[in-house]
Design a binder for this molecule. Structure first.
Ligand code: CP
Ligand code: NVA
Length: 318
């Protein structure tokens, strides 16, 4: 079985119907894992993991996921490969994609990922760029559905997200842009509040429906009535030189119990992690009853197993 060559470079590469399929597969694959059932459709397949930035969750979830599905993994970083010595991404793509079946890349500019994909013979997955983090948003949406959408006969009902509100408090970064894309595609509204100078760039999201988001100067107003409140670090990887300025600018963009109290009574709290308690979120919130951050982290593995199965084998049963 072989799927046509498809890359996953940003959230908009798939349709809402693709996500419905993937979440259904993730649910089945997760249940098998919980039951200790062997499921190894990717035997003899190899995944290359390329990291130009640090990672814990992305590495562990892709690596364990691939092993569980019967395949193997090659792990490369800038420090121990020619990536750190400026071999063109195009040349690396030509070489690596002759030896492996699938590539995941975490890098800086999206253009580098696109250059790799354009010269790759095998599917390429975005494991985070400066602009987007689609695998994380897949896991977050799956987690939201698990917690808030009752399971029908055909699995998760994405319609349950339609009309809902998500509050983004903080940096208009790769996570914020990808949440915008998800709101646009799946029909919920993103309330965004960021300090001046750190706003989200809707042009990067390529929105079809400009009504899918609303901007708020005060983060408390963004949280009002939200069904899900989410945030991220004040300083993303690659922006460390701005650390001091960001600490000042983001001081009022900390999700605390008072902000959560303005959201819907059963609102969830999400954070892609790693988190800095006392900066973008208080310990009371991230360690509190509304927080589902550990489920989000675990679900990275389950949704990415579904993603790898989809990219390599196509639709199961189709
Ligand atoms: N959320 C996330 O991508 O975590 P890592 O940076 O640890 O991979
Ligand atoms: N916005 C963060 C996410 C880390 C998973 C970063 O890019 O560093």
């Amino acid at each position: 079985m072989k799927a046509p060559l498809t890359h996953y470079l940003q959230f908009t590469d798939f349709s809402a119907e693709d996500y419905a399929y993937l979440f259904d597969r993730a649910r089945i694959i997760k249940q098998r894992f919980k039951n200790y059932e062997k499921y190894q459709p990717l035997a003899d397949r190899t995944l290359a993991l390329i990291f130009e930035k640090a990672s814990t969750r992305t590495r562990v979830s892709f690596e364990t996921g691939m092993y569980q599905m019967g395949g193997s993994v090659v792990h490369l970083t800038s420090g121990d490969s020619q990536f750190g010595r400026d071999e063109p991404f195009e040349d690396s793509a030509r070489v690596i994609s002759r030896m492996v079946d699938l590539v995941m890349i975490r890098t800086f500019e999206q253009t580098k990922l696109q250059a790799f994909a354009a010269h790759s013979r095998v599917p390429v997955i975005n494991g985070l760029t400066n602009e987007y983090h689609p695998c994380q948003i897949m896991a977050d949406l799956f987690t939201w559905l698990e917690h808030r959408a009752p399971l029908g006969l055909r699995g998760h009902d994405l319609g349950a997200l339609r009309g809902k509100t998500v509050a983004w408090v903080g940096d208009g970064n790769n996570m914020a842009t990808t949440w915008l894309q998800a709101a646009d595609l799946l029909g919920f509204t993103l309330h965004v509040s960021s300090p001046v100078g750190y706003e989200v760039n809707p042009a990067l999201a390529g929105l079809k429906n400009a009504d899918c988001y609303r901007l708020f100067a005060d983060p408390r107003d963004a949280c009002r009535g939200a069904h899900l409140v989410t945030t991220d670090v004040w300083t993303s990887m690659g922006y460390e030189a701005e650390n001091a300025a960001r600490r000042d600018a983001f001081a009022n963009w900390r999700v605390d119990a008072a902000m959560m109290a303005l959201a819907a009574p059963d609102a969830l709290f999400m954070h892609c992690l790693p988190a800095h308690r006392g900066e973008e979120v208080t310990a009371e919130v991230i360690d509190g009853p509304q927080s589902v951050v550990w489920d989000e982290a675990e679900n990275r593995m389950h949704v990415q197993k579904a993603l790898m199965e989809f990219l390599l084998l196509g639709r199961i049963g189709a």
